[in-house]
Design a protein around this ligand. Structure first.
Ligand code: EAX
Length: 323
């Protein structure tokens, strides 16, 4: 009797120690609120990792830039002080310059085109470029089609942008293009944007409807124009060493979990895009839904000539013509 109790006690203790020791917790972060297309991406990923590794790996999500802005989080993942992050492509060119081409305005016709490119050979080739920079890029996700907001005036065409002071992402392609549209550009990390808009440090900013809603920019911005001027990819990034340490089966589990995260992420972007204008109008924003995009494209001709030189016309055309 005593012995069997001891055996049970011991085996319970050993079992407990083994499961405690076998569980690894990893952190993942986003720069915006949990109730968003990015929140659902990392929450789904966390749940799927735990499920697919039978609880041996636990992913702890952090929201609203509580671990830092996107650039800081990417740096932390590269260094390995943080295992994972989900980021927009904004600061990515500072780490993997080859991705810059994806940030060219009016490159993608719509989300479907962008998703097809990112899921196809072009996007997959680009994911592999992260390997030599200390990252395992698990999957392309999505931030969405970006639109412009400001506190000064309705933007009906590119001529209305002249002299507007706008926060941009810390992205050289965006900065060059927006300068070409006459905007006074102020690159800034995302966690500072709300306050900058509130205090009038900048007049405006540009982001997908999903981000505008999740960040309550309607409280500090009056005018929204659906410029759809650039597609904003998102990406699941993991520290390369942390990924390499996983067993083959666990690697697959992380990759599959990221795919599930992307599905939930894109579905939420579609939902947000469908209801965004109505919701933001009901919160008091004045929305211009239809602008002549060809006027923006025409104004960007000199900048686009620069981009063709920099990235190669054929590479840009390969993306534009991808079906
Ligand atoms: O990833 O910095 C930005 O404007 C991003 O779109 C935002 O942080 C969401």
């Amino acid at each position: 009797m005593k012995l069997s109790k001891l055996v049970i006690g011991l085996s319970l203790a050993v079992g407990f120690m083994a499961s405690a020791a076998a569980q690894t917790t990893m952190r993942i972060s986003i720069s915006i609120a949990q109730n968003s297309h990015q929140g659902i991406a990392i929450d789904t990923f966390a749940k799927e990792v735990e499920k697919r590794t039978a609880g041996r790996y636990k992913v702890q999500p952090f929201y609203s830039g509580s671990l830092g802005g996107e650039r800081e989080s990417i740096e932390a993942v590269q260094l390995g002080t943080q295992a994972l992050t989900f980021s927009s492509s904004g600061p990515i060119p500072n780490f993997v310059p080859e991705t810059k081409i994806l940030d060219i305005p009016f490159l993608f016709r719509d989300k479907a085109h962008a998703r097809a490119v990112l899921d196809g050979p072009i996007g997959q080739e680009m994911l592999a470029k992260f390997d030599s920079k200390g990252f395992k890029a698990l999957a392309w996700g999505e931030n969405g089609m970006r639109h412009m907001t400001n506190s000064k005036r309705s933007v009906n065409g590119p001529e209305d942008l002249k002299g507007l002071k706008m926060r941009t992402m810390e992205n050289p392609v965006h900065v060059a293009a927006y300068k070409g549209l006459g905007i006074v550009t102020t690159p800034m990390a995302f966690p500072e944007v709300f306050t900058a808009l509130q205090q009038g440090t900048v007049d405006g900013q540009e982001n997908p409807l999903s981000v505008i809603m999740a960040s309550k920019f309607d409280q500090v911005q009056k005018y929204l124009t659906l410029t759809g001027h650039v597609y904003s990819p998102g990406i699941f990034l993991m520290n390369k060493e942390a990924f390499d340490k996983l067993s083959a089966a666990d690697k697959q589990a992380f990759l599959d979990a990221a795919k599930e995260g992307v599905k939930a992420n894109r579905a939420r972007v579609d939902e947000d895009d469908a209801k965004g204008v109505t919701e933001l109008r009901s919160k008091g924003m004045t929305v211009v839904e239809n602008v002549d995009k060809s006027k923006f494209v025409a104004m960007l001709a000199p900048v686009n000539a620069e981009f063709e030189k920099q990235f190669g016309k054929a590479n840009i055309e390969r993306i534009r013509n991808y079906k």
